[in-house]
Design a protein around this ligand. Structure first.
Ligand SMILES: CC(C)(COP(=O)(O)OP(=O)(O)OC[C@H]1O[C@@H](n2cnc3c(N)ncnc32)[C@H](O)[C@@H]1OP(=O)(O)O)[C@@H](O)C(=O)NCCC(=O)NCCS
Length: 147
């Protein structure tokens, strides 16, 4: 598996995964905007030229916020999400904080982030307005880098 920056030509497979992964999927325009954001970090994981997972994050000052992460349904439990998250953390190691919102009912994702050292640090009630589902805020303080 290779991890590399996402580009416009990845958007068809990315959108196909997005639609199979979320009840309210991001649109193509939403991904295009992410690719243009100067503080946006858009990565894909691919195998034999096929995109199997992606991650979108924002680097703002000393903080990294994970905005989107999904793996093709046929390629889950093979370590792709963990590899993308570890790649992001290594790339952004000068940051001091990483965080994200996750649906309360998303046991797989909550377990992934716990494995990576995130803690549940807050609750945003009815954050997902379509279903009225709460979000759990998960965050992690990154180790300070030696100068
Ligand atoms: C959540 C998701 C990204 C995990 O991707 P993945 O590539 O299957 O995860 P990995 O194989 O890297 O798993 C790493 C760890 O996460 C946890 N995990 C992943 N899927 C899990 C599941 N279904 N049940 C319980 N734990 C799970 C485990 O701790 C796992 O480590 P292990 O395999 O040593 O037990 C994937 O299920 C997905 O795309 N879901 C739909 C979209 C989504 O919910 N995105 C997250 C939004 S916050």
């Amino acid at each position: 598996m290779t991890i590399r920056p996402m580009c416009e030509t990845d958007l068809d497979p990315v959108l196909a995964i997005e639609k199979q992964s979320f009840a309210s999927p991001w649109t193509k325009e939403a991904f295009e905007q992410e690719l243009r954001k100067p503080f946006g970090i858009c990565l894909v994981a691919e195998e034999e030229g096929a995109v199997l997972a992606y991650l979108v994050a924002w680097r703002v000052m000393d903080e990294v916020h994970i905005a989107n992460l999904a793996v093709h349904p046929d390629r889950r439990r093979l370590g792709a999400a963990e590899a993308l998250m570890r790649f992001l953390e290594s790339r952004e190691r000068s940051a001091v904080w990483m965080g994200l919102e996750v649906r309360k009912g998303n046991a797989a994702a909550r377990s992934l982030y716990r494995k990576l050292g995130f803690f549940e640090t807050g609750l945003r009630r009815r954050y997902y307005q379509a279903e009225g589902e709460d979000a759990i805020l998960m965050s992690k303080v990154l180790p300070e880098q030696k100068k």
